[in-house]
Every structure is written in C-alpha cells, then in structure tokens.
Design a protein around this ligand. Structure first.
Ligand SMILES: C[S@@+](CC[C@H](N)C(=O)[O-])C[C@H]1O[C@@H](n2cnc3c(N)ncnc32)[C@H](O)[C@@H]1O
Length: 284
C-alpha cells in the first residue's frame, strides 16, 4: 500500500513537472521573435552608443515609442540575459548591454545580428512548417516544399533574401577567419593564390588577404552573389557553378557555416567546417 502511494506521488510530481515544461514548447518561438524585434529597433546599438545605462523613458524617447510595450520587451530580454539593469541614481535603474547583446550590435566585429535576421525571416521559417510533410513524403526538402525552389535558386530570384544570406554568412566569416589567422597562420605561408569556393560576398578572403597581403584571393560563388559583392583590394570575384569548374589557385578554402540544403532539409546544423588544402601538394 505504502509503495502504491509513493508511486502515485511520483507520477503526480512528474505530471506537474510536465505541465510546467510544456509551456516552453507552447511559446518556444518567443525568444527568437523578441530578439529579432530588439535588433530591428536597434536597441543594442542605442545602448552601445550611450556612455551610461538608459532609463526606460530615455530609451522610449530615442525610439519615439511609448514606454508601455517597450517595457515588456525589455523585461523579457532581461530575463534572457540579453540586457541587464544597472542603477543610474538612487531611485532609478537603466538598461545596459550584456556579453550576449554585444553580439547583436551592428558595429561589433563578432556581431551575429544578421544571422538572427536571416534565420528569423519568414522565408527561413516557412520550411519548418513543412517538416511533417517532408517526413511523410520524403520527396522535397522543406525549403523546396515551402518555396518551390532550393535555397540558392530562391536567392537568385530574390535579391533581398540573397543579401540576408550574404550578410549572415559574413558574420560567421569574421569570427572564423580571425580564429584561423590567429591559430594557424602558417597554413597561408608560401601561397600566392587562394580560391574561396562558395565565398559569399568575399568577407573571408578580404580578411585573409588583409592578414596575408602576399596572397591574391579569388572569391568564387554563384553569379547572382558575386555580381553584388563589394569590391575589395586583392580579391577578384568570379561567378560560376562549383559543380562545373573551380578557378585554379594554389589552395582552396571552403567554409561551410551551415547546411541548409545538403542535409535533406530536416536537420539544421550550426557548425562550420574549414577545409584548407594546397592543390600544389595534391597535384605533386
Ligand atoms: C552556406 S554559404 C557559405 C558562405 C561562406 N563560405 C561562409 O561560410 O561564410 C554557401 C555559399 O555557397 C554558394 N553556393 C551554393 N551553391 C553553389 C555552387 N553550385 N557553386 C558556387 N557557389 C555555390 C552560395 O551562394 C553561398 O554563398
């Protein structure tokens, strides 16, 4: 009897915990939505550009909005440690950045703001609504099912989305290339030319060439990407399809920040793989 009671109590406790836990999934989308909102409003930049923490009234005045809804946004983001409150006088507190929101300012070298804006865009969220259909049909990737084309085809036809992708990839390139140059600069020694395959807007090569000015960079990507890539000293933009050909160079640099397409659309992998190999050595 005693054992039965204990068992019932344990089940009750587990049910209570499940009742609480389920709300995480009911409102699981909110952190991304609210962080996106803060980036769009430019709150991290406003706080960054102000020497002291800003009170709610000051922030609302800078944004020309009412304090009412802004307060709710800020309260939520403080819970998530995106912002913090600091005393500005004996009676009032102001908002300040945290290490997390420093990654959301536009000026930051390591800003991830554009990556969040890409992944929270309606275009990138739509495929997630096709996930169950993908599991059942096994035909198209969810991206195809949502948009009738693959990511790169869609981007070619939608310059606004293509820019979102390029800007997001550049975020990652700034972090990764900095680490490569610092951690293993010797891999670039003796190379005269490097081709970045799928190099996006050329950010990775620009940084490599800045760090190793003896290198001539060839930024290779699809024509719609390189046609709008910014001119960069020491970097030549070449458009084409890597499955047809890749420009010749001493070394190939390939950096994959995420696989939106190649893993049959189900799994989102936020990882990067850096391959740097010398064609000279392979062809020897
Ligand atoms: C995930 S992004 C990686 C961008 C950049 N290397 C980075 O990691 O920040 C993949 C890049 O490959 C390009 N790409 C896709 N298919 C390609 C193809 N067939 N030939 C050349 N580039 C391609 C895309 O336009 C995009 O810029």
């Amino acid at each position: 009897m005693n054992t039965m009671c204990q068992l019932e109590k344990t089940i009750c406790k587990e049910d209570d915990a499940a009742q609480q836990e389920i709300w995480k999934y009911v409102f699981g989308f909110t952190p991304m939505a609210v962080i996106k909102c803060a980036i769009e409003l430019g709150i991290p930049d406003i706080l960054e550009n102000h020497e002291t923490p800003l009170t709610l009234a000051e922030l609302a005045s800078k944004l020309r909005c009412s304090s009412f809804s802004l307060y709710r946004i800020m309260r939520f983001l403080i819970q998530y440690k995106i912002f913090q409150e600091k005393p500005v006088s004996e009676t009032s507190v102001g908002y300040a950045l945290t290490p997390l929101s420093r990654l959301l300012t536009r000026q930051s070298k390591h800003s991830m703001a554009d990556f969040i804006l890409l992944e929270s865009s309606p275009v990138m969220l739509a495929p997630w609504h096709k996930l169950s259909a993908r599991v059942l049909s096994n035909e198209n990737t969810p991206f195809d099912a949502a948009h009738g084309d693959d990511v790169w085809g869609f981007a070619a036809a939608n310059p606004g989305h293509s820019k979102l992708i390029d800007d997001a990839m550049a975020c990652d390139a700034r972090v990764a290339v900095g680490a490569v140059l610092e951690g293993c600069p010797e891999v670039f020694e003796g190379l005269k030319t490097v081709v970045d395959v799928g190099g996006g807007d050329g950010t990775a090569l620009r940084l490599i060439v800045e760090g190793c000015p003896w290198i001539k960079g060839i930024n290779f990507d699809l024509p719609h990407v390189v046609s709008v890539a910014p001119v960069s000293r020491g970097v030549e933009h070449v458009g084409g399809d890597m499955f047809d050909h890749v420009p010749k160079a001493d070394a190939v640099y390939m950096m994959v920040s995420q696989f939106m397409q190649s893993v049959p659309g189900i799994i989102y992998i936020l990882s990067f793989l850096i391959l740097l190999f010398s064609l000279r050595d392979i062809l020897k």
